[in-house]
Write a protein that binds this ligand. Structure first.
Ligand code: AMP
Length: 424
């Protein structure tokens, strides 16, 4: 199938060929014709599937085929959960619209509002925005949403995870009732279905198995290792493998900072990217990583979502995510566009439960290795004990009484980790 056969105009085909795309991806093949027919679409697609072009191309085609208003009010609104994703979506819009007369701009928080207000004043056909800044600027009358014909919710599941539901509802109330709605989400949770029911009109469901997450293309390995030896192990893997561009996931912002600092000490250039970093710091880190000046980008799940870094050779889970779907998102950053990639997970005793849930989700047992000098000292009994301990702690947090054994087992774990430290 070709882009031409999807009914796209010459101006868009020219931009597509300039980008070097030959064939439309699955999501593009399925979504583009439906969007051009002006259907509401509920699409399951992840980062890496080509979803952005899947909605951007037909949207541009629709807007370009209609007579433009003189003052260029916003006619298409794309909401994204993160600033990075907003910027990337806007970059793609710019490239795809290069041979049309359409204008787009992006607004997000964390940076000064004045340049954004000026861009809006000049008139834009397409606005890419994060919900908070959009509502701020709307409150200040810096923009009007009364002429929006097409609404896109990009990575809707992540928007809900980040607590944007209220903002989304406020935004929906500002839009004309008659409009086309497109909802893109990596997962279809109950909440997503509820949201979809509330604002999509007879949506057509489009599902695309994400090309980038097919396990055949990604070489997945698990290293079982004690928690205290993870940093040493990651330094060894990166140095001895001479890996140049590595994306590392940690579970917390704090953990991302700590690991990045330790990598720097080991002479591995590194930057952390997470929600507490300023927009400038995040942009610099990402640019440095793309240019090859930063060898390792350490990121949290939310910060990494939507980062457009094609053909990433190595992804390392320094810690496994506690939400199994996030594992699939994370490893989807490697092996893109048909190239093979490597996803490595460092799994310590307390994460064995997460590993099992992930294996269940992806329907396969992951190859597990241990490196010489990094053999785990924990036994299955320790694993069970740690899991029980976690349950006890959870019960305590939920106020279901205290268990005197909890303290003992914490002491036991501490003993284990000092054993690991000594061995080092
Ligand atoms: P996305 O899923 O929208 O984040 O896109 C992932 C990456 O795939 C981006 O770098 C796009 O530029 C690229 N891409 C999108 N569509 C195609 C295509 N049909 N062929 C090759 N690459 C594509």
């Amino acid at each position: 199938m070709s882009f031409k056969s999807l009914g796209l105009s010459d101006a868009l085909l020219k931009a597509i060929s300039k980008k070097g795309y030959n064939t439309p991806s699955t999501i593009q093949q399925k979504a583009i014709p439906l969007i051009l027919e002006r259907k509401d679409v509920l699409a399951s697609a992840q980062t890496g599937s080509g979803k952005t072009a899947g909605f951007a191309l037909p949207l541009l085609q629709i807007l370009n085929s209609e007579p433009a208003y003189r003052k260029r009010p916003v006619r298409a609104l794309i909401l994204t959960p993160t600033r990075e994703l907003a910027a990337q979506v806007q970059d793609e819009f710019k490239e795809y619209s290069a041979f049309t007369d359409l204008r787009s701009t992006v607004i997000f928080g964390g940076v000064g509002a004045n340049p954004q207000i000026r861009a809006l004043r000049n008139g834009v056909d397409i606005l890419v925005a994060t919900p908070g800044r959009l509502l701020d600027l709307e409150n200040q009358n810096a923009l009007s949403l009364s002429k929006v014909e097409i609404l896109v919710l990009d990575e809707a599941d992540r928007m809900l995870d980040m607590g944007f539901l209220r903002d989304i509802k406020k935004i929906l109330a500002l839009l004309p009732a008659k409009r086309q709605n497109l909802l893109f989400s990596a997962t279809f949770s109950k909440e997503i279905k509820k949201l979809a029911n509330e604002f999509l009109h007879h949506p057509v469901l489009v599902e695309a198995t994400p090309e980038n997450t097919t396990v055949e293309k990604i070489n997945q390995t698990v290293y079982r290792v004690d928690k205290t030896l993870k940093t040493d192990l990651i330094i060894k893997l990166i140095s001895e493998g001479n890996w140049k561009q590595v994306l590392v996931f940690t579970r917390t912002k704090h953990g991302a900072n700590r690991l990045s600092e330790k990598l720097e000490i080991a002479n591995i250039t590194s930057a952390a990217i997470h929600g507490n970093k300023s927009q400038g710091a995040r942009t610099r880190a990402l640019a440095g990583f793309k240019e090859g000046k930063v060898r390792v980008l350490v990121a949290t799940d939310i910060a990494a979502r939507g980062l457009d870094i094609p053909l990433l050779p190595h992804v390392i889970n320094f810690e496994l995510p506690n939400i199994s779907e996030d594992y699939v998102h994370r490893i989807g950053r490697t092996g893109r566009a048909g190239a093979s990639g490597e996803a490595i997970s460092l799994v310590s005793l307390d994460e064995v439960g997460y590993l099992k849930s992930i294996e269940k989700l992806i329907g396969e047992r992951l190859e597990t290795k241990t490196l010489q000098g990094f053999e785990t000292t924990e036994t299955m009994a320790d694993v069970k004990e740690a899991e029980a301990e976690k349950k006890r702690q959870k019960a305590q947090r939920h106020g279901r009484g205290r268990n005197p054994q909890a303290k003992q087992s914490t002491q036991k774990n501490t003993k284990n980790s000092s054993r690991s430290k000594r061995r080092r």
